[in-house]
Design a protein around this ligand. Sequence first.
Ligand SMILES: Nc1nc2c(ncn2[C@@H]2O[C@H](COP(=O)(O)OP(=O)(O)OP(=O)(O)O)[C@@H](O)[C@H]2O)c(=O)[nH]1
Ligand SMILES: [Mg+2]
Length: 355
Amino acid sequence: MAENIGYEVVGELIQRRKSVHHSYTIGPGRLNDLKRLVEGNDADTVIFANALTSSHVFKLTEFLGGDVRVIDRNLLILEVFDKRAFTNEAKLQIRLAKLKYTLSWGREFIKLRGIMGEQLGWMGPGDYPYQEYYRAARNRISRIESELEDIYQKKMLKRDHRRELGFPIVALAGYTQAGKTSFFNLIAHEDKTVGLGPFTTLSTFARKAYAGTNPDSPEFIIIDSIGFIEDMHPIILKAFHATLGELATADLVLLFIDASDGRFSLERKVRSCAQILREIDMTSPTIICANKIDLTTPEQLDEAVAIIRKYFPKEDIIPASVRTQQNVDRLLTSAESELQAQSLIVRPRKPQAPH
Ligand SMILES: Nc1nc2c(ncn2[C@@H]2O[C@H](COP(=O)(O)OP(=O)(O)OP(=O)(O)O)[C@@H](O)[C@H]2O)c(=O)[nH]1
Ligand SMILES: [Mg+2]
């Protein structure tokens, strides 16, 4: 992820510990290795794969020398989001997540000026400035929340209107880079950006699509949205709550899984999809697309399906390739039957005007 947004990774360190070291996360021996690694490579940033507390960040920064930035996986995810936020909605969601995340660090945050990019006019240590910072941050948070509320209301009105017109809503879900937007582009004849790396898509997009190729194919609304990643901090997840909420209210969810991933990372991703769907209370009927089968051998695919089955025992799993379009029609037919089973009004396409 770091490389994807322009970091050059010059070294890696791993430590297995029974518990997190109270001051530095890692133990004293590893800490010295880290310092050597940083100095030997002239590194300017240290990224922890786990989440850090503000006091860890502060102590690590102090130990490594003031010029070295120490960030954790949540701050890295927020940096990725920053690079990808093109819509006003996504920009606001990210600003909100950043503010809430750093605010959750409390007073420690004020010692960590400079790590977040966005500054809040903080002047220096002491109680009074912290109160100032706190007040300014709270004000900003409520302003952003009400701006976002407006955006969500408008989207919701639009969605209710579509529902009144009788269009069922089909939402795409899945780990980041599973192929959701590629599928969206294919069936909605769109040209949204794909494949930039993690979190290529941050905002939701809704388009009308047809569940088939013949003129009587039913129409539905397809929604593309943000991908998942494991261990997302609740604050970050919450900032995208309304976006993810689109999934909870959809008539049908198509869950995309990259079946070409290695066993270990496939399972990790499937597990985190199941967990996030649980966290957002997603109870909509779900069909799973085991995507990218153009890259798998039949054995690999069998293994992938077995892993998916462990976490999704009841759902239909349809192996497909959005790239070669293999089985995409099967996926659409399945979606169509599910919508029909729910007796959702499925409008036929308007008849062609006579020539
Ligand atoms: N080989 C192969 N590649 C695919 C297939 N579907 C999508 N891809 C590629 O996978 C990458 C990610 O695709 P996206 O459509 O951006 O994935 P996404 O799920 O929308 O990702 P986020 O927006 O980050 O959540 C792109 O490089 C696609 O070209 C497929 O069936 N086969
Ligand atoms: Mg996408």
